[in-house]
Design a protein around this ligand. Structure first.
Ligand SMILES: Cc1cc2nc3c(=O)[nH]c(=O)nc-3n(C[C@H](O)[C@H](O)[C@H](O)COP(=O)(O)O)c2cc1C
Length: 334
């Protein structure tokens, strides 16, 4: 399939694996890129720019296809050294960066000078337009369904994607709630040039996370995510567990006076406990509503091949099948 996104990034299929803390290691990024999608290493999971340089080198050893690095600008207890991370990205020969969190405006000159294509993840049309205006090459439009940070507008993709299509000149992918061929074809119909998946890629053989995490995703339904940290205007969609129930209880007690320190135990340092040790009740970790559509743990290649084959059938059989013979003849469709 050829779209503005496959052309821009030099990939075979319009499928991107979003950066994911403690999931987006070289193993997963390489598996996605080798399967014809765009794999992405999560920059800040590497604690220093030197470690990121090593992770990029490891990924180059596993694939000769294009892959990217995610740089997330979120409120943190101490700000990471972004210029040094960008230097590691540039020196590692990376040509695609996924930015997220806040506007990458401050870092655009450095990224552009290195010939890097920037795809910025946005949860609103206004942020997408700002990304276009500051020179981003593409946008990942992240709807309310998404795992991670959906922003504060609560706008689902059914509305957000066509609105983005109405306003944007640069290409965009649909992010949030994407899992299969149905998601991809719907995203294309709504104006996107591909899709970005997070949660779905965790339940794959190559995702380098504890098996408990994959089993939890298969067992969960679409009713099992919760929104936390709204009072801090840092809303995150996470998988419900005992730690999250505790967090929500604290949020209820504190109301609008909630401070990040009040929930430190439930949100800080949780990812290694969950992803490496498989402690599923440790606290808040991102997970999308799309978890309700995850029923198996295929290899990345099986997943991507299945999506592309099913998408072709969906378009040619189901959608074209709705057209009458006269319309088909006029459109020259078999
Ligand atoms: C476990 C997990 C960790 C994530 N970590 C990050 C991150 O560090 N930076 C980022 O920009 N997005 C992060 N995301 C968001 C994903 O890149 C992607 O935008 C999101 O998962 C899309 O929604 P979906 O889960 O419905 O596919 C994370 C998502 C998950 C599920």
């Amino acid at each position: 399939m050829k779209t503005a996104i496959t052309e821009m990034f030099g990939i075979e299929h319009p499928i991107i694996q979003g950066g994911m803390h403690y999931v987006g290691f070289a193993e997963l990024a390489a598996a996605v890129s080798n399967a014809g999608g765009l794999g992405i290493i999560t920059g800040l999971t590497q604690r220093t720019p030197e470690l990121l340089a090593k992770e990029i080198a490891r990924c180059h050893d596993m694939t000769d296809k294009p892959f990217g690095v995610n740089l997330t600008f979120l409120p943190a207890f101490s700000a990471p050294p972004y210029p040094e991370y960008i230097a590691a990205i540039r020196e590692g020969g990376i040509k695609i960066v996924e930015t997220a969190g806040r506007s990458p405006e401050q870092y655009m000159p450095a990224l552009k000078a290195a010939g890097i294509k920037v795809i910025h993840k946005c949860t609103s049309v206004r942020h997408s337009l700002k990304a276009e205006q500051i020179g981003c090459d593409a946008v990942s439009v992240d709807g309310f369904e998404c795992g991670g940070h959906p922003g504060e507008d609560d706008m689902p993709n059914m509305i957000l994607l066509p609105r983005a299509a109405e306003e944007l000149k640069i290409p965009f992918v649909a992010s949030g709630g994407m899992a299969d061929a149905r998601s991809l074809v719907a995203a294309l119909a709504l104006g996107a040039a591909g899709m970005n998946m997070g949660t779905r890629f965790i339940a794959t053989k190559e995702a380098p996370v504890h098996d408990n995490v994959k089993q939890a995703l298969v067992a969960a339904t679409e009713l099992d995510t919760r929104l936390v940290m709204r009072a801090l205007r840092n809303t995150e969609r996470v998988l419900r567990n005992k730690g999250v129930d505790r967090l929500i209880e604290i949020e209820r007690e504190k109301g609008r006076s909630l401070k990040i320190e009040d929930i430190h135990a439930e949100v800080a340092g949780v990812y290694p406990k969950v992803m490496i040790d498989g402690e599923m009740d440790a606290g808040a970790w991102s997970c999308g509503m799309v978890v309700g559509l995850i029923k198996d743990i295929p290899t990345v290649k099986e997943l991507i091949d299945r999506i592309m084959a099913d998408a072709e059938r969906l378009i040619l059989d189901r959608l074209a099948g709705f057209l009458g013979a006269e319309t088909k003849a006029a459109l020259k469709v078999a």
